[in-house]
Design a binder for this molecule. Structure first.
Ligand SMILES: *Cc1c(COP(=O)(O)O)cnc(C)c1O
Length: 473
């Protein structure tokens, strides 16, 4: 989102009364054109380097909003889901099963069965999960209900429905495309909690563990319907070279499996997401094309057309295209520190509040009419509404001095912020609006469309057991 577009959106939001003393105290905005442009740049980056089919499955956890998923779906993207809730959102958004990938590390038998029934691609996490799938597929076969191999949409070879391993002697194959998640164990990035390729990360089969490589090759040879390898080395804080090293590791494993099988059994590589976002400026760097260039250099062969590809980007697709707007309810001074008490805190910026070192957010200051505040920088705290002292969006930040009734914008919060609401203090989930240039309007006219209502008090009570008030009497 360029600063100009952001300023226009904030001005219009105030002029149209979306935020104010008699309206909502906090809202979130998403930039429709920006999200479309991000999706287009992702597609273009891969189209430039390969003719292979590529499914770009948006990581739903980054922005679990039906409207956002549908917008991305209209740009040709699919959905990477990791829970029944995320799957329900993807389906509500109309994402076809052939474009959905299920990745959770703790799938229940019921979730696996649903995925197989729907024909959704599944990346298994571990040996026990493979055993479960063996049993399910075997059961289908014994019941005479052996399913057609390959994808369910009949579209032939596409990354969304790649594969098929029909052979006279092959056991019954599931409708879903099935893969195995591998932890390339290439090491951590800058943020430990988001590094999934450490030696002991909880995700996938640790490739460098003793005997693991041989076990994986055997597991594939024993299961002709296992046709994918998946890796995702982490989110935010990983250098592109480290991400590419993870992909290279899995590519080499695929080559080894295919050599052992004597055929292209692994026909699709799911390379995960993880492109980092610059939270310190308006730059959208690195871009998707920067990453595909690194992949081209570090993993020769990846793009030569033998492998279909799946990507699972989340943050890099939406972070820069969303922001939180909150009113300054009070502006006070304590211990000689100016403090703006706003309505945006831990409920919409959970990671920032609990781990401010790893997740600083930029704040922009506006007056009550939505005009950018100017003036000398004054060191001040931007506090949230929650009842604990650490609920600060920014501590000792230099900004034009905020006054009562002003508006603060928390920038680059379109992924994992207001969409990952935290229910502390029973603070309501804020409304989310999409914005775009008004059709036929004057330059700078902005129109809004509601993506998500703010939560009602009835919903808060219902979520908190309102239907069972006497449960403990
Ligand atoms: C979270 C996650 C992603 C998305 O990561 P981003 O950093 O948001 O791109 C992709 N794949 C898997 C398996 C994930 O857990």
């Amino acid at each position: 989102m360029t600063p100009d577009r952001r300023d226009q959106a904030v001005r219009a939001a105030m002029a149209q009364g979306l935020l104010g003393p008699d309206a909502e105290p906090v809202i979130a905005l998403v930039d429709i054109a920006g999200i479309r442009a991000g999706a287009a740049s992702l597609r273009a980056a891969f189209e430039q380097v390969t003719d292979a089919p590529v499914l770009h499955a948006f990581a739903v956890k980054a922005a679990p909003l039906v409207g956002v998923l549908r917008l991305l779906g209209s740009e040709g993207l699919g959905a990477e889901v990791a829970s029944p809730g995320e799957l329900a959102l993807a389906r509500a958004a109309g994402i076809p099963a052939s474009r959905i990938v299920l990745d959770s590390p703790a799938k229940t038998p019921g979730e696996l069965r649903t995925a197989l029934d729907l024909g959704i691609a599944v990346n298994t996490d571990n040996a026990q999960e493979l055993d479960r799938i063996d049993a399910m597929i075997g059961a289908a076969g014994e019941g005479g209900a052996a399913r057609a191999p390959g994808g369910s949409d009949g579209s032939g070879r596409s990354a969304g429905a790649a594969g098929g391993s029909a052979g006279a002697a092959a056991p019954p194959s599931p409708a879903s495309t099935l893969g195995l998640r591998v932890n390339a164990q290439i090491g951590a990035g800058a943020i430990g909690a988001l590094s999934t390729a450490t030696a002991t990360s909880k995700f996938g089969v640790g490739l460098r563990d003793e005997g693991a490589r041989e076990w994986i090759v055997r597991a594939f040879l024993d299961r002709p319907w296992l046709t994918r390898l998946h890796t995702h080395s982490g989110s935010q804080g990983l250098p592109l070279e480290l991400m590419a090293a993870g992909v290279r590791t899995v590519y080499e494993l695929a080559e080894e499996i295919n050599a052992a099988a004597g055929r292209q059994q692994v026909d699709t590589l799911d390379i995960g997401g993880g492109l980092p976002v610059d939270f310190t400026s308006d730059e959208e760097t690195p871009g998707f094309a920067d990453y595909t260039r690194v992949l081209e250099r570090e993993v020769p062969g990846l793009f030569d057309g033998r492998y279909g590809l799946v990507t699972e980007f989340g943050r890099a697709l939406t972070a820069k295209h969303g922001l939180v707007l909150a009113r300054v309810e009070y502006a006070k001074r304590t211990g000689n520190r100016p403090i703006a008490l706003t309505h945006a805190g831990v409920q919409v910026a959970t990671r920032t509040v609990y781990a401010p070192g790893a997740w600083p957010v930029r704040i922009a200051a506006y007056d009550a009419d939505g005009r950018p505040r100017t003036g000398p920088d004054v060191v001040q705290d931007i506090a949230g509404p929650a009842c604990f002292a650490g609920d600060l969006l920014a501590e000792a930040r230099g900004l034009p001095l905020l006054e009562q009734g002003d508006v603060v914008a928390a920038l680059d919060t379109g992924a994992y912020y207001f969409t990952s609401h935290y229910a502390y203090n029973s603070l309501v989930r804020p409304a989310v609006y999409g914005f775009r240039a008004a059709a036929g309007g004057r330059d700078g006219d902005v129109e809004f469309s509601l993506v998500r209502d703010s939560q009602t008090m009835e919903e808060i009570v219902a979520e908190s057991g309102g239907a069972h008030p006497d449960a403990l009497l």
